[in-house]
Design a protein around this ligand. Structure first.
Ligand code: MSP
Length: 524
């Protein structure tokens, strides 16, 4: 068991509604969190919204409302969406939360008092989309921001600057000496290249230009610029205070993993470590930069009108639970690579994996147990099993370790493949051993042994699939009388006990094929 696990997501800008890209990140983080909840009693999962800055200010202005009202409305939309996706966070932080704002002011002051922040007149290209100054090297050939494909604004201001360059060598050393700091490792080189060109960064904006920000305590003309505010959420949320932090902070920091998109890796692997070094705090254990989700292989954008809301997928397919969508998203790309969402692919994949392979296997096995044995497991079903059965159970135990290892590297698609592989081998085992033929031939003990072996495997499968599909796992475990809160180290191959397991009326499908007649009926 681990003594703790602390995981965070990026906090989303609230100038629009949540889309499938935001959802992807929260889903994979929730899956990692649920997996680790089986490996520690002290898990903390943080998510939230990033609410200050010029973008929000402008959006609010264009709607004729106050920025805070816009933030309240949109932040609630994110929360509602995450509830529908069963994102089980421990805290939803908003950067307008009073405790966050107060500590950010103190952090800024501490950095300033220590000489890490200085005032300087500056002129540069500023992209409001990125909430960041861009160097000429960052721009496309046409002089546009590569992320937002718009011309940055020229901004001339006297701002506070953070001495990022002072930490350049220390960060470089840290990245080189901690090969698992940046996940996937292939992105570390990208960061090392970016480090070569870094400059000190602007960490405040004039109040006149950006009023919607946290005030600097001893300089009312300036407000704290978004990235220091935003990044600090990871420590303020759990009780950091430069004047004395909470016990919770002492227990949870350093964070085990920051889950973020590849577009904001620079901020997390260069700016954030520098700020932490300046505050004399240990650095994160891992920064996991996931890829981006496209829709039908096309980048999502408002102008193309192809922005998909995660809840619209649930509504479109009339899904009772978000499990299938969670499973699909989490398995849409190998670790750190870009993934894609398409309706057709979604249907095909979840029908094949969750309905045909996994759901059917449980349903068939339980139905046969009822048909041949009135739902009862006899003592002799659990002993003297065939070599093939024993080997299958050994594979299942081995998979638990393999999956643990994949999760140690945040390889969710890869871990899911192992689970489905396990289900496939159980399906093959049942086909090869044909319990229905054994029953016909009156080889009842052998028949019961085959069924008990598969049901035993399904207990393990329900634990393994739980992080991806918590509702399906719960329904599987219920029919198997299996304790889904079993900790990871205690997952064994002896969960099925002799005695009555189930009756006909208690059997129900855990996942109906999307678009099947049966699914339609169950909705009516
Ligand atoms: N507010 C900043 C993050 C501050 S973290 C201290 C921000 N917000 S965002 O709303 O633009 O993005 C939030 C997260 O969603 C980022 O990690 C980003 O990479 C992710 N995604 C946004 N669009 C995405 C896709 N199309 N696909 C996958 N993730 C995407 O950046």
């Amino acid at each position: 068991m681990l003594d703790k696990f602390y995981i965070t997501t990026a906090i989303d800008y609230v100038n629009g509604a949540p889309h499938i890209g935001h959802a992807y990140e929260k889903i994979i983080s929730d899956i990692i969190a649920r997996h680790y909840s089986l490996r520690t009693d002290n898990l903390f999962f943080l998510t939230g919204t990033d609410e200050h800055g010029i973008k929000i200010q402008k959006t609010a202005l264009s709607k004729g409302i106050m920025p805070k009202q816009l933030c309240d409305e949109n932040s609630q939309e994110f929360k509602d969406a995450w509830a529908k996706l069963d994102i089980g966070y421990n805290r939803f932080i908003r950067t307008t939360d009073e405790d966050h704002e107060r500590v950010v002011q103190k952090i800024f002051q501490r950095l300033k008092d220590n000489g890490d922040i200085y005032k300087h007149e500056y002129e540069g290209w500023y992209c409001p989309g990125c909430e960041s100054f861009l160097s000429p090297k960052d721009l496309t050939q046409d002089g546009l921001c590569p992320n937002h494909l718009r011309k940055p604004d020229i901004v001339k201001e006297e701002n506070y600057f953070f001495k990022l360059t002072k930490y350049k060598d220390a960060i470089k050393d840290y990245i080189k000496s901690h090969p698992d700091f940046i996940v996937p490792a292939f992105r570390a080189n990208e960061v090392l290249n970016q480090l070569e060109d870094i400059q000190d960064i602007s960490v405040s904006r004039s109040k006149e230009n950006v009023g919607w920000g946290i005030d600097i305590l001893d300089d009312p003309e300036q407000s704290i610029y978004v990235w220091i505010d935003a990044l600090s959420n990871y420590i303020t949320a759990i009780g950091y205070d430069p004047d004395g932090s909470s016990d919770q902070f002492k227990k949870l920091w350093p964070v085990d993993v920051h889950v973020i998109g590849k577009d904001i890796l620079k901020f997390h692997s260069i700016y954030w470590p520098a700020i932490l070094m300046a505050l004399d705090l240990p650095l994160p254990k891992h920064i996991f930069a996931h890829g981006w989700i496209t829709i039908d292989e096309t980048k999502m954008s408002k102008s193309l009108g192809n922005v998909v809301s995660p809840t619209s997928v649930l509504e479109h397919f009339e899904l009772k639970y978000p499990d299938a969508f969670r499973y699909y998203m989490a398995t849409s790309a190998p670790c750190g690579r870009d993934g894609n969402y398409s309706d057709t692919d979604f249907k095909e994949k979840v029908n094949a994996h969750l309905a045909n392979s996994m759901g059917n296997l449980l349903n068939r096995s339980l139905s046969m147990l009822v048909k041949y044995f009135d739902g009862e497991i006899k003592e002799e079903f659990l002993t003297n099993r065939s070599k093939e059965a024993e080997s299958l159970l050994r594979t299942a135990s081995g998979s638990v370790k393999i999956i643990e290892n994949h999760f140690n590297h945040f390889e969710l698609q890869e871990a899911a493949q192992v689970i489905i592989g396990l289900v496939d081998s159980a399906n093959k085992f049942i086909t090869d051993n044909a319990p229905w033929t054994l029953a016909k031939e009156n080889k009842m003990t052998e028949c019961g042994q085959v069924l008990a072996t598969v049901l035993e495997m399904m207990c393990i499968v329900s634990s393994l699939i739980y992080p991806y599909c918590p509702n399906i796992a719960r329904d599987m475990a219920k029919q198997l009388s299996y304790d889904l809160t079993t900790k990871y180290d205690d997952i064994t191959t002896s969960n099925i006990k002799a005695g009555k397991l189930i009756s006909k009326e208690e059997i129900f499908p855990v996942f109906l094929r999307v678009d099947s007649e049966l699914a339609d009926k169950s909705k009516k």
